[in-house]
Design a protein around this ligand. Sequence first.
Ligand code: CMP
Length: 137
Amino acid sequence: MNRTFTMIKPDAVENGHIGAILEKINAAGFSIAAMKLTKLSKSDAEKFYEIHSERPFYRELVNYMSSGPIVAAILEKDNAVNNFRTLIGSTNPAEAAEGTIRKLFATSISANAIHGSDSDENANLEGEFFFSLDERF
Ligand code: CMP
C-alpha cells in the first residue's frame, strides 16, 4: 500500500462538490488515512507552493488557495500517487479525460477542483504539512 495527499480546493468546496468527490475517491478504492476541513492562510499557501514560487501564476495560486476552505486528506491504495493522478485528470480541466474529477468538477486551470501529489516524496511532505502524527492513521 502507498499513500498520496489531496486537497479538495476552494472552488469545489464552495460549489458543494465535497460529497460527490469523496464518493469517486471511495469508488476508486482509496481508503482515508487522514482528513480535515481547514483553510490555508496566505503564508501557509506560500510555503506549500514554494516549489512554484518562480512561476508566473504563483501569486494567483497563493491568493486562490487561501481564498476559502479546503478539504485536506491522506489517501491509501496500491500505487496511490499514479492511480490518484489518473482519477483526477490533467491539471487543465479542458484537457482532462472524460469521467475524471477535474473534467466533472473543475472550472479552470487555477480553480481545478482537486490536488494530487506528484511523487511519493512529495506525498509524504505534503501530508506532514497538514497532519500531525496523531492525526494520521
Ligand atoms: P496542482 O497541480 O494541484 O498544484 C499546482 C497548481 O498550480 C495546479 O494544480 C494549478 O491549479 C496551478 N497551475 C498550474 N499551471 C497553471 C497556470 N498556467 N496558470 C494558473 N495556475 C496554474
